[in-house]
Design a binder for this molecule. Structure first.
Ligand code: FES
Ligand code: FES
Length: 162
């Protein structure tokens, strides 16, 4: 609903299992609201143009680039960010595998990589190396050369299937 006096919209959505009802400027992206209004700085602003994947979050089960969606597109949706992966058992298997397999160097791409990988494995728990490479083609890493990232996702897949 638009509030003409304030130039803001009311928006209800969910992030990492918490419900939010807030007024925001309609031209803010989901990434800006997550980072600037909610303090969830895990999703990174890389290109801010839909090309690098550093801002990837999961919205209603799909990996999306949060820099490329306006906050109004989150209305009623369930968003998961990297901050929402850890649970009472500790880090998510993907987070552990990225650490154990040395799939992180500067770390800037890592939250987006992990969220994309999670969406791939949630949709297909038996994703092959080819599936993983294809699914992650929109996530750019300037440091690792990708081999260790793919190995980490495969290791997490195997761990989660045990
Ligand atoms: Fe969103 Fe690069 S910051 S795709
Ligand atoms: Fe540096 Fe991927 S670890 S961009």
């Amino acid at each position: 609903m638009i509030n003409p006096s304030a130039g803001a919209i009311n928006i209800d959505f969910h992030v990492n299992g918490k419900s939010y009802s807030m007024q925001v400027e309609p031209f803010k992206t989901i990434l800006e609201v997550l980072r600037d209004d909610l303090g969830l700085t895990g999703a990174k602003k890389g290109c801010d143009d839909g090309n690098c994947g550093a801002c990837t979050v999961i919205m209603d089960g799909k990996a999306v680039k949060a820099c490329s969606l306006l906050i109004g597109q989150a209305r009623g949706k369930k968003i998961t960010t990297i901050e929402g992966l850890e649970d009472e058992n500790g880090l998510h298997p993907l987070q552990k595998a990225f650490i154990d397999r040395f799939a992180i160097q500067c770390g800037f791409c890592t939250p987006g990589m992990i969220m994309t990988a999670k969406a791939i494995l949630d949709a297909n728990p038996n994703a092959t190396e080819e599936d993983i490479r294809e699914g992650m083609h929109g996530n750019i890493c300037r440091c690792t050369g990708y081999v260790k990232i793919v190995e980490a996702v495969e290791a997490a897949r195997d761990q989660m299937n045990r």
